[in-house]
Write a protein that binds this ligand. Structure first.
Ligand code: 13P
Length: 250
């Protein structure tokens, strides 16, 4: 049985005092869950968040990193920098980074390899735009993104990767994919993993859904056969709402 992994992506929100208050409140709400709970916070909140989350079942992640080990990359943060302060997860290739910061399938692939080398668990985002969906190209887009993201990884490494299927038209729009559509897209991604690695790896790899997940729709989504939890944007900024999403099965 695959576990459910429910991650918040705070994007460019939350000052340290807000981060600490939110984590303190959330910790009480999710202390009895069996699911993995992660908050991916801005760099400036990492240290405060890690301290506040100590002794709780909330794990802390970053939202990006550079693929190089170190050097003259002004403004960038390395995998080692994240790992050494206790960060466990890192989002790689979010559609907002692909769209606004020129991330490509190639840089995504390099970042995943560097993250794994430093024992950070990557949460890799794939997803189609509305024009791609309307042109009937969604499956081709998401399977290609998946193949290129994981290219050159060892089978054992693929098991450590979390994939987040986030249709771009559903992000921040209030439009959620139907549970059936999200499940079918995730099954296509899983088949692509089987094709490139093995059936066994495909059965084990965690694949989340992201895009306007809320307390109201989390149960319907997360109880589908292939959806292993979610990557939650806006609704993760509120501890009570995110707590309800995590506790969808209570
Ligand atoms: P929303 O949940 O705000 O739609 O954002 C989804 C997302 O981009 C998570 O990474």
């Amino acid at each position: 049985m695959r576990r459910k992994v429910i991650a918040g992506n705070w994007k460019m929100n939350m000052l340290p005092n807000e981060a600490m208050a939110c984590i303190e409140e959330l910790a009480k709400l999710v202390k009895d869950t069996n699911h993995e709970v992660i908050l991916c916070v801005p760099y400036t909140d990492l240290f405060y968040s890690l301290l506040t989350a100590q002794g709780t079942n909330i794990k802390i992640g970053a939202q990006n990193m550079h693929y190089e080990e170190s050097g003259a990359y002004t403004g960038e943060v390395s995998a080692n920098m994240l790992k050494c302060i206790g960060v466990e997860y890192v989002i790689i290739g979010h559609s907002e980074r692909r769209q606004y910061f020129a991330e490509t399938d190639e840089t995504v692939n390099k970042k995943i390899k560097t993250a794994l080398k430093h024992e950070l668990k990557p949460i890799v985002c794939v997803g189609e735009t509305l024009p791609q969906k309307e042109a009937g190209k969604a499956v081709e887009v998401i399977t290609t993104q998946t193949r290129l993201a994981l290219e050159g990884l060892e089978k054992e490494q693929v098991k450590k990767v979390i994939i987040a299927y986030e249709p771009i038209w559903a992000i921040g729009t209030g439009k959620t994919a139907t549970a059936e559509d999200a499940n079918n897209s995730i099954r296509e991604i899983r088949n692509e993993v089987a094709k490139n690695f093995s059936e066994e790896i495909a059965r084990e790899v965690i694949i989340q859904y992201g895009g306007s997940v809320k307390a109201q729709n989390s149960k319907e989504l997360f109880t589908m056969s292939d959806i292993d939890g979610g990557l939650v944007g806006g609704a993760s900024l509120n501890a009570e709402e995110f707590g309800k999403i995590v506790n969808y099965d209570k």
